[in-house]
Design a binder for this molecule. Structure first.
Ligand code: TYD
Length: 242
């Protein structure tokens, strides 16, 4: 296991945002651009990215599917959610993120600890201290150098996920579309997640870059790339040749 006090040789980037904000698209386009330049890139997503992590993801989300078919729409207990996301993350760090960073790669992760603060603290209302404890237990100090927040009105994001006419938004009783039960939380919940993200980003502008998710994919890729290049220049990191 790597020494946790050792600074990673690679570069760790994360993508954050609500539902349907285009994180996975940006992850693909940005990594494609970096690979084109000859850089070594590892992409991953949370929850998941390892065999165990994908099983945990299925345990959480397929369980919700069952509820959905029974039309009860119950969400897992918030602490259960916190622990499952944390367990999946712990495995992802050990199996994928740390080893890639130790090899000097660029790691782009679609969601990381900020998702837990946004969803389980701002969204669900678990205390900041409790989330902080779970996060510290899991990450051993490993934080991203840059976090891109794709910011979008949740109504638009949920529309993109194909659930525009659904119960929480417009009062219909049928639930169709959506990726998982979290999509079907109230609009209030999604708005809290969004403002939580913006609050975190405002507090640490050195790490965060807020991107307007309405921009075109090529514009978003360019902005994210430029920010990365600026970070490398201002930190005198010369071993990534851009
Ligand atoms: P996913 O289908 O991957 O959606 P997305 O494309 O929006 O990332 O679902 C992941 C869901 O899990 C998403 O609704 C956010 C939620 N989540 C948390 O609530 N806490 C967490 O710590 C993480 C990593 C994700």
């Amino acid at each position: 296991m790597s020494d946790i006090s050792e600074a990673p040789k690679g570069l760790f980037l994360t993508l954050e945002g609500g539902e349907g904000t285009g994180k996975s698209s940006l992850s693909s386009t940005l990594s494609a651009k970096l690979i084109e330049l000859g850089l070594d890139v590892t992409i991953c997503r949370e929850p998941g990215g390892t065999v165990l992590g994908e099983r945990l993801r299925n345990a959480l989300f397929n369980n919700a599917d069952r509820y959905e078919s029974e039309k009860t729409f119950s969400s897992p207990d918030p602490r259960t959610e916190l622990l499952v996301f944390s367990a999946a993350r712990s495995q992802l760090i050990t199996e994928v993120i740390r080893p890639a960073l130790d090899l000097g790669k660029i790691v782009i992760c679609d969601r990381y600890v900020d998702s837990t603060f946004a969803y389980q603290h701002y969204g669900r209302g678990l205390s900041y201290e409790l989330i902080d404890e779970a996060v510290n237990l899991t990450i051993s100090g490993l934080m991203p150098s840059i976090t891109f927040l794709l910011d979008l009105d949740p109504r638009e994001g949920l529309r993109r996920h194909g659930i525009e006419d659904q119960v929480n938004l417009f009062g219909d009783s049928e639930r169709m579309g959506g990726n998982n039960y979290l999509d079907f939380e109230s609009l209030d919940f999604h708005n809290r997640v969004r403002s939580g993200y913006l609050e975190m980003a405002a507090k640490d502008q050195e790490r965060w870059m807020v991107l307007d998710a309405n921009l075109s994919p090529s514009e978003l890729t360019r902005l994210a790339f430029d920010r990365m290049a600026l970070y490398l220049r201002s930190n005198n990191i010369a071993h990534f040749k851009l």
